[in-house]
Design a protein around this ligand. Structure first.
Ligand SMILES: NC(=O)c1ccc[n+]([C@@H]2O[C@H](COP(=O)([O-])OP(=O)(O)OC[C@H]3O[C@@H](n4cnc5c(N)ncnc54)[C@H](OP(=O)(O)O)[C@@H]3O)[C@@H](O)[C@H]2O)c1
Length: 198
């Protein structure tokens, strides 16, 4: 489930989760997970169905470590998958002087340093690139290890809520409208609406 959209459908995201769990029980899905769920959203679907999502895909990168939601997911036995692991490719993160310093010292790119930081923190990551050479670069993060000091320095870049790039799950309320369904997918990303347009 991509977003809980708790301000829509009378706050009923539980029905969707129930339907998903029935697909698992019926053997049509192997497993089910959620995305952008806050701790209270997780508690509600688990209490209603007894089924714990396999994964919670949430925004995590050095400027927004999303600690509370990560800890809440892990403590409920839910794997954390970091979306926007490179900070959505925004230059301000990959050009961060500290990340650049670590990258230069290790003869790696900023992206490789950030991805390695995620991996050493035990996260599932799925960086996106349309460039073959960057895909290769992003896969080449297993032959080195960041030191505890380097890890701590990157942890220290967290800006809390100010570092969040995407919308907040408590208020995100966009659903694809007719045009978006027939046209470009994902155009609602990063936009917040309080009511659907259709
Ligand atoms: N569940 C959700 O609500 C949600 C929200 C956001 C994203 N996601 C998913 O998360 C995945 C990745 O997130 P994302 O695309 O937002 O952000 P991302 O992986 O953090 O960043 C992607 C951006 O970084 C650039 N990039 C990739 N590798 C690079 C490199 N080695 N050096 C410099 N720039 C690099 C890409 O540009 P080029 O393509 O030009 O290389 C692209 O602009 C996607 O599959 C997306 O669908 C999920």
């Amino acid at each position: 489930m991509h977003w809980p959209v708790p301000t829509l459908y009378d706050g009923d995201y539980v029905s969707t989760w129930k339907a998903m769990t029935e697909l698992v029980t019926g053997g049509r899905l192997r497993t089910a997970g959620v995305s952008n769920f806050q701790p209270e959203h997780l508690d509600r679907i688990i209490a209603a169905t007894g089924v714990v999502p396999a994964v919670n895909q949430i925004e995590v990168h050095p400027y927004f470590t999303n600690d509370a939601v990560r800890a809440a997911s892990i403590s409920r036995g839910i794997a954390v998958e970091a979306h926007s692991p490179l900070g959505h490719g925004q230059a301000r993160l990959l050009d961060d002087p500290m990340i650049r310093r670590v990258a230069a010292a290790r003869d790696k790119t900023s992206a490789q340093i950030v991805l390695r930081w995620h991996l050493q923190n035990g996260r599932i990551i799925f960086p996106k690139s349309v460039h073959r050479e960057r895909m290769a670069e992003n896969l080449s993060v297993f032959g080195f290890e960041l030191s505890p000091d380097e890890m701590a320095a990157i942890d220290g870049l967290d800006r809390g809520e100010k570092g969040r790039i995407g919308p907040h799950p408590d208020t995100f309320a966009a659903i694809p409208d007719k045009d978006e369904r027939s046209g470009a997918q994902g155009r609602t990303h990063g936009r917040e609406r309080t009511r659907p347009s259709s």
